[in-house]
Design a protein around this ligand. Structure first.
Ligand code: GLC
Length: 637
């Protein structure tokens, strides 16, 4: 007992407790990361919840409540089929999700989409700070994930119209069909400019001319983002994402980093002056128009992947061009920077990528970034800058504010939108040849033969990015009209029309007044469309020959995503019309053929004579210095 009363005992006990406290504090210091913020709970009247105060104040206020984890989770863009436990949307506070093209709800209708997207957003609003997530899709020619949506002409056809007002109206109609399904973000407009038509994404572009692309890109962003005149809210309607920064279309043939492709995801111009002169201008225009996010391309500049180029992403895009929105990387592009996911993530975020389209495995990404901040590979100030840019866009979209825009599901595929699409088709037609004015076709014409792979094939006239990423060949699109159906509907009541896809008509010895060949390409997307020889199929060329033998005059309608080499055949055709990829409203082609609408379209890019001319530069110069078949902006009236 004496011992327990002794001074020695108390000194020993005090020392023991002090050592224990020291060990404990060491343990806390080195095992629980220093960044384990103690989450501060925002008051119900927190500034960021107040719709009346400036966005910058709301951004800064919200940021001040966020833990490092919550900040990093705002930088995630994950594909919806990669979220295996939907509770993660809440527990992780995921910042953004997307449908990789074709990733649809089981019920692929407007209501099916609306139910799915609304559920995702509501789950995100149950996170600690209730930050609503972005949901994005590629609505690049209408809300074309949905079969009964209005499928507008692909951009190359819109480029052929050159019509700023029409392009803005098409973007607006597309935005309405998106908002009807709860979606407020589209990865469009494309500002790429093709120098080489062997590239599988030529049809996704307006033109190879920077001035035209700047004008139509601005029109498209305005159509997506501007609220209708007189609207009650100041928020933007649908956020666009001009893409892909920078120099996509200028890749060199054979330089693709993807072993399955030839030019897509390749290396763009090495010469900085040429890269700037040919590719920056459209981005300056859309930034002036209020773009809040820009997608960084999968191409490379020299040996550097665009997502790892701090010079182009931070110095040029954010510095010189003054872009205040967020830079989002393209599909898995960050992880193509190097073999290490950790190093690639560090390179991309330090280069200025603010949101990463992973698109899978968000937990690895969050862990890597957390680790990188803890050990100083990424400064927390860089994270704060990225999150500020993302939150700025979320506030501008009004995602935090109660009254998100409502549009009735009836708008999807509505008669009004289809009429607009039909008008866009008619304006996109480019008349390349018209010997002896065989066009327009008189409704009193006695006998018309029709042939070709794309006459009665809505899947081909719509092209890819239609319900499925690579599109679907064949007549499967509901409520759409094939070009043949448009001709049948428009021809005179006394006109006889004979159709055979291959041109195998009964040998009745009769000669038709006009033979119409509607020919073109199978659907393809991205690098799967890279081809050394963009030409007509042998079946289509045979069908044209059979029409030639059984008709007085032959009209060829080329339905393709790009100019095709027709140099050796075009001399024997009386009339030629480039119809591009018109989408669901095939009647628009008949409107031009029968003269209901004038031919106003012009070539959005040069139509080459042969392969050795490629690439063709902005001033029209060809690689072998010979003349193209038809120059940019050519079009007969
Ligand atoms: C694709 C495309 C890009 C698209 C994205 C999401 O790979 O490069 O244009 O927006 O992935 O589908």
């Amino acid at each position: 007992m004496l011992f327990f009363n002794s001074r020695l005992f108390y000194v020993g006990m005090v020392s023991f407790v002090l050592i224990l406290v020291l060990i404990l504090s060491m343990w806390v210091r080195y095992t629980i990361p220093e960044h384990m913020d103690v989450p501060s709970i925002p008051p119900s009247n927190a500034l960021y919840k107040n719709t009346k105060i400036p966005i910058e104040v709301r951004v800064q206020d919200l940021l001040s409540y966020m833990t490092l984890n919550e900040k990093i989770e705002q930088m995630v863009l994950v594909e919806k089929n990669s979220v295996h436990n939907l509770d993660d949307i809440t527990s992780y506070g995921l910042g953004a999700m997307l449908s990789g093209f074709g990733a649809k709800p089981t019920d692929n209708t407007g209501i099916g989409w609306n139910t799915m997207v609304t559920d995702f957003v509501m789950r995100s609003e149950k996170s600690r700070l209730g930050i609503p997530l972005f949901y994005g899709v590629d609505a690049i020619h209408g809300h074309s994930n949905i079969a009964n949506a209005t499928i507008f002409p692909h951009f190359i056809g819109l480029g052929a119209t050159g019509n700023v007002k029409l392009v803005e109206d098409v973007a607006r109609a597309t935005a309405e069909e998106l908002v009807a399904t709860g979606i407020r973000w589209s990865f469009s407009p494309t500002l790429d400019m093709p120098r080489d038509i062997r590239w599988g994404r030529t049809y996704e572009t307006f033109s190879d001319d920077p001035v035209l692309v700047g004008k139509l890109g601005t029109a498209y962003i305005n159509g997506l983002q501007k609220e209708k005149a007189g609207s009650s809210t100041s928020s933007i309607f649908v956020m666009g994402t001009p893409k892909h920064f920078v120099g996509i279309g200028g890749m060199q043939w054979g330089s693709s980093s993807n072993k399955d492709f030839k030019i897509d995801q390749g290396t763009t111009y090495p010469d900085e002056a040429k890269l700037r002169e040919e590719y920056l201008f459209p981005f300056t225009k859309v930034i002036d128009a209020g773009a809040l996010s820009i997608m960084i391309g999968l191409n490379s500049w020299g040996d550097t992947k665009l997502s790892a180029s701090s010079y182009l992403v931070t110095n040029v895009l954010k510095g010189e061009l003054g872009f205040k929105g967020f830079a989002v990387s393209d599909w898995y592009g960050v992880y193509e920077i190097s073999k290490s996911k950790y190093d690639s993530t560090v390179s991309a975020i330090n280069a200025g990528i603010d949101m990463v389209m992973l698109p899978f495995d968000y937990s690895t990404f969050v862990g890597n970034v957390l680790h990188a901040v803890q050990n100083g590979d990424i400064a927390e100030s860089r994270i704060d800058d990225a999150v500020r840019r993302i939150l700025r866009a979320k506030f501008a979209l009004g995602l935090f504010d109660a009254q998100s825009p409502h549009v009735s599901l009836d708008v999807i595929g509505s008669a009004e939108h289809r009429a607009l699409a039909r008008d866009a088709v008619a304006q996109s037609l480019v008349l390349l040849k018209n010997e002896n004015a065989v066009l327009p076709i008189a409704t009193t014409t006695r006998f018309i033969r029709v042939a070709g792979s794309t006459a009665d094939n809505i899947g081909r006239q719509a092209g890819a990015w239609t319900v499925e990423w690579q599109g679907i060949d064949g007549n499967w699109l509901p409520n759409a009209t094939s070009i043949l159906a448009g001709i049948r509907a428009r021809a005179g009541s006394t006109t006889r029309i004979a159709y055979d896809e291959l041109g195998n008509f009964a040998d009745d010895g009769e000669i038709a007044d006009i033979g119409i060949a509607i020919v073109g390409e199978k659907p393809y997307a991205e690098g799967w469309g890279d081809t050394a020889y963009p030409i007509l199929s042998i079946e289509d060329r045979e069908a044209i020959k059979k029409l030639r033998a059984t008709s007085k005059k032959v009209v060829v309608i080329i339905v393709s995503g790009r100019p095709l080499f027709v140099t050796n055949e075009i001399a024997s055709w009386d009339a030629v019309v480039a119809a591009w990829l018109p989408g669901s409203e095939g009647e628009g082609v008949a409107d031009g053929l029968f003269g209901d609408t004038p031919f106003v379209g012009t070539l959005p890019l040069p139509w080459p004579h042969h392969t050795e001319q490629l690439p063709i530069m902005r001033d029209g110069r060809t690689a072998d210095k010979t003349s193209v078949l038809f120059p940019r902006f050519f079009g007969l009236r």
